[in-house]
Design a protein around this ligand. Sequence first.
Ligand code: PLP
Length: 434
Amino acid sequence: MAHRELLARHRSVMPNWLALYYEQPIEIASAHGRRVTDREGRTYLDFFAGILTNAIGYDVAEISDAIRSQLDTGVLHSSTLYLIKSQVELAEKIAELSGIPDAKVFFTNSGTEANETALMLATQYRRSEQVLALRNSYHGRAFATVAITGIRGWSASALSPIKVSWVHGGYRYRSPFRELSDADYIKACVADLREVIETTTAGDVACMIVEPIQGVGGFTTPPDGLFGEFKKVLDEYGILLVSDEVQTGWGRTGEHFWGIQAHDVVPDAITFAKGLGNGLAIGGVVARANLTDCLRANSISTFGGNPLATTGALAALNYLLEHDLQANAGRLGSRLLDGLRAVAAAQPVVGDVRGKGLMIALELVGPDGEPNPAAAVALLEETRDRGLLVGKGGLYGNVIRLAPPMTLTQAEAEEALEILAQSIEAVAKEVQQR
Ligand SMILES: Cc1ncc(COP(=O)(O)O)c(C=O)c1O
């Protein structure tokens, strides 16, 4: 079997901490639309899309053609020492879409670098190394971004250039305030924010960074308006708000283009990556010009915003806007949420169904509501056996994440729902027999 031989080679040469999905990991050899085919010839409906990165799907002619036309010029890279038309065009588009007045854009190669840049800007602008972050967050893998990552399982190092204070609010399902109404939950989190600022900081904090829906944290979905209320407190202290839209951007939440828009607030900076390039390595920060321009030294990303990535990303962004994929995400997301809630109502192993648009999570629990990571592993295998790829996440590894390409069709949504219903039933039976 092809995967066995590759798995043995992978294990001997790749780091142990680079986790693979499935008891028998797969290699995706080809793909089209929302379907991927593994090296052994088995085809799956893809509901994780390279961790929300293949936002439009696979083998999209408009995007492939744009990339090919850039290849044909012979220029894969020129560096930011020279003008790059596709980079400028993409920056203009993102600046406009951001809703941030007088915005400028800096391109990176990943979400980690995007957040490192936002932290660099905010800490320099405010001349402060203090940062507020949400518990259960994930912001990347470098020293500052690991520091603002509030999930033990993703915090490989405690070494950090910044001082972080932790705020409640993202992960409502296991929050001490979970029993409260939306309005009271927001009040309690705002009071916590104020107390955290007053008790754990010197007041002159650089910024607060939030994921509007926590991705790795298990698509946790706080009540709309929470971050708008946070901003009112932050403004009292002059603290900047950074919205990490690496997973929630580009219309994935269905109702808005950026996840933070559900909170009726314009942040000082937005960080992005993943879906923008539909698989090409690109990320960045869009922020007010006076914030972006505050650095007093040169700063460069050699590959950031290179001609290939920005040409492909422009084609992807145009495709997304022209086909109104945000509306599609909203429509099919609602269908999936309704369908899954109906399934979950009869299956106590599913403690929570949550999310927005095409960012949907199932939190799996034991008899007393405790996290059930074994059930999540089982559901991953059951869905794969039936031809559906899904993701896993959550503080306790007990959350299944569904995030298909935003070009998903109604028929594919129904197919996935059917597979999920059967798979959840199979897992529920396994749990009973244990
Ligand atoms: C919300 C969020 N921010 C930042 C990152 C880091 O992005 P990257 O893996 O491209 O460095 C991720 C990656 O999963 C993410 O989900």
